[in-house]
Design a protein around this ligand. Structure first.
Ligand SMILES: [Zn+2]
Length: 284
């Protein structure tokens, strides 16, 4: 992703010089350049995002984080920033910035999935001069069911295989709604690898997870483990991902794909563009 700047603001990039860094969420592809020794400029993000970042980089001074909740705004000397909940991973937000000097409006969506709350607040995204838009699944082949439906599909697959070990493909952050729903439905804690434990506790998942591998029958691993590294796992493997729409066949009879996503599918992306009518779009 090319560095995105707006005056003295830098979005989701820590290699670029700026006076204030706006961090939409704590996925690694949005934190390039961030290090434990970061002291260059303050970082504006949500409290959850800061908590996750500090599990990776505990030496970044707490005072460098400017914590803001979704659906609030920040007034700087020349720029007003509105912050929206992105309905993506925990702590994720979108930014709408208006420069008073020019005046010029720039929307930076980060990663997001359109929902009723974003629709209710659609005015803050309308008529941008420039919109940096999450276009991850911007092709008609990507059609996702609701997250609730996708989670029901995961639970059904597990119900059909309760006598076997279950391996869920997740991300380090995000897809945790699946783990929570599965843990509640089957009244069991889901195993996660120790390197994910701090992040999962930072996002309030401690009641749904365990690091005791032997006692758990449902295991959650980063998705690439399930698809590539564990082809011979004895159990049912469920990979919940938007990319499932591209997979025509299953390489393994015990591997199931569920099109669960925390991004827009093609239709909801088109709806967002239609509702907001930006003058120019730059895909991110
Ligand atoms: Zn993301």
């Amino acid at each position: 992703m090319k560095p995105v700047k707006f005056g003295c603001l830098v979005f989701d990039n820590f290699r670029e010089q700026g006076l204030l860094h706006l961090l939409s969420h704590a996925h690694r592809d949005h934190t390039y350049g961030l290090k434990d020794k970061w002291t260059r400029a303050p970082i504006l993000c949500t409290q959850i995002t800061a908590k996750i970042i500090r599990t990776w980089f505990p030496r970044i001074p707490e005072a460098l984080f400017i914590l803001k909740n979704p659906w609030t705004s920040v007034e700087l000397e020349d720029v007003g920033i509105q912050i929206a909940d992105a309905n993506h991973c925990p702590g994720a937000v979108m930014f709408s910035c208006i420069s008073r000097k020019t005046p010029r409006k720039v929307v930076y969506t980060g990663d997001f999935r359109l929902n009723s709350k974003i629709r209710e607040n659609i005015d803050m995204f309308k008529n941008a001069d420039l919109m940096y838009l999450d276009s991850t699944f911007d092709r008609p082949v990507f059609q996702f069911p609701s997250q609730t439906q996708a989670i029901s599909n995961v639970i059904e697959l597990i119900e059909e295989n309760v006598d076997r070990a279950i391996y869920l493909g997740v991300y380090s952050i995000g897809k945790n709604k699946i783990i929570k729903a599965v843990s509640e439905h089957f009244k069991t804690r889901v195993y996660i690898p120790p390197d994910l434990y701090n992040v999962y506790t930072a996002i309030g998942m401690q009641d749904y997870i365990t690091m005791k591998k032997k006692t758990a029958w449902i295991h959650a691993y980063p998705r690439h483990y399930i698809q590539k590294l564990y082809p011979n796992l004895d159990g049912v493997k469920i990979s919940a991902t938007g990319w499932a729409c591209l997979f025509r066949s299953r390489p393994d009879k015990d591997l199931y794909y569920v099109p669960y996503s925390e991004h827009n599918d093609y239709n909801s992306l088109q709806t967002f563009i239609r509702l907001t009518r930006p003058k120019k779009i730059v895909p991110i």
